[in-house]
Design a binder for this molecule. Structure first.
Ligand code: ZN
Length: 416
């Protein structure tokens, strides 16, 4: 079998384990399907000559020992849990690319200077327990106190109970923490989950930053009146103020560029009737960008629009509450330049881009430099059964990962 065939076999094997005909892949952390996937990944790692262990939260770690144990290690991989009825590629693509890299090293008898760890991580999506980015947070010492005893799935099973059933000791999650200086670089291949690479016909994306984000809930207060008998200039219509604010913020996001996006995905009005002016409008705001300055500029524009509405109509008021925020994470410049060079040597077209979604690499950045490779997603679809990446496209990304890990694993300079 060639590289593409082995990649296809891995993706299909992992898919079949957790697929119900026609409605996608559901592989929740620590379930029966998850155990089967674990067994498959461990068998593949062993066949590739790796020393395999599982850490305290169930991250599968296949290690290829380096000749210089003093140097920080190179780590590569992704997650192997999925969302509910998701696709075959989200997470699995990066795990399989890591497996294929290990197999190629094994075939060549490659002896790296730095040790390499190939990893498959649980509970990145948080689909079962709501604790997203769990395994990388565990490695970086970012679990909340008692997190595994408090988080429950939809059936009331705590994460701790599920861990015990899976063969892990929930009291020992701290054992997963990696010491500072141990990791030299974390590389993650992932599907793009957006349409850009396919639209532009580009083989691989080099993620220069994972965007920062802020989420808010906006409540606008006004007054309900009869939709027929209240003239337009005598209303305190919260929906109108919301519409103006949405338009202003959206135009600002378009003007700023740098991956700035703003989404108002949920809108509710009170009383919510077709013939009554809405006395209250509540909406969700999700704003992301390469810099937090851009995010703040969008939110400031939104506020300025609301203030303007209030000046025109003193019957209106608003409350804006922040519900979530995360700083942007920049990729390692040395790794990106290396990947650009290697992509050129392999004849692969590539471009730098932003990731609008969070990934384990974002958390790992608190321990070591990180870089990410994106491969195209058909029609940009993800978290759906139709999620697809052509196997030869995935092979191109995996080949770039292989070249990059190989270069980095021979690099003596541990300061990069
Ligand atoms: Zn993912």
């Amino acid at each position: 079998m060639n590289s593409t065939q082995r990649i296809a076999r891995d993706i299909e094997s992992l898919g079949v384990i957790s697929e119900i005909q026609g409605i996608g892949c559901t592989r929740y952390t620590y379930t029966k399907e998850f155990k089967e996937a674990r067994d498959y990944i461990i068998a593949q790692m062993k066949e590739a000559g790796l020393n395999v262990r599982e850490d305290a939260v169930g991250s599968i770690i296949g290690r290829l020992e380096g000749t210089d144990p003093g140097l920080p290690i190179i780590m590569t991989g992704s997650h192997f849990d999925t969302v509910k009825t998701g696709g075959r590629f989200d997470g699995a693509a990066g795990v399989v690319a890591a497996l294929e890299t290990a197999r190629r090293f094994h075939e060549e008898g490659f002896k790296p200077r730095r040790s390499i760890e190939f990893v498959a991580l649980p509970e990145e999506e948080g689909a079962r327990f709501g604790g997203g980015l769990f395994a990388s947070r565990a490695m970086c010492g970012q679990l909340y106190p008692n997190e595994v005893f408090e988080r429950k799935d939809a059936n009331g099973i705590t994460m701790a109970e599920a861990m015990k059933d899976y063969g892990l000791d929930p009291a020992k999650t701290d054992d997963a923490i990696r010491t500072d200086g141990q990791l030299g670089m974390f590389l993650e291949l992932h599907i793009e989950q957006g349409p850009v690479l396919e639209k532009e016909g580009i083989d691989v994306g080099l993620v220069e930053a994972i965007v920062g984000l802020e989420c808010y809930v906006l409540k606008i207060h006004g007054r309900s009146d009869h939709a027929g008998n209240t003239p337009m200039n005598m209303r305190a219509d919260t929906m109108l103020a919301a519409a103006k604010a949405i338009t202003a913020a959206t135009e600002k996001a378009i003007e700023l560029q740098e991956g700035t996006v703003v989404t108002f995905g949920r809108v509710e009005t009170i009383p919510g009737a077709f013939n009554i002016v809405a006395k209250e409008t509540e909406l969700s705001i999700d704003c992301r960008s390469k810099t937090l300055e851009n995010v703040h500029a969008v939110i400031d524009t939104l506020k300025a629009s609301l203030e303007q509405s209030i000046r025109e109509n003193p019957g209106l008021s608003y409350e804006l509450t922040r519900t979530l925020d995360a700083d942007p994470v920049l990729s390692n410049e040395y790794a990106m330049e290396l990947m650009e060079k290697l992509a050129g040597e392999e004849g692969l077209s590539c471009r730098r881009m932003l990731s609008g979604a969070g990934h384990d690499a974002m958390i790992m950045a608190s321990k070591c430099p990180v870089a990410m490779i994106f491969v195209p997603s058909k029609e940009g679809r993800s978290h759906v059964p139709e999620e697809w990446t052509d196997y030869d496209q995935l092979e191109k990304g995996a080949r770039l990962l292989y070249r990059c890990v190989k270069e980095l694993a021979m690099d003596e300079d541990s300061t990069r």
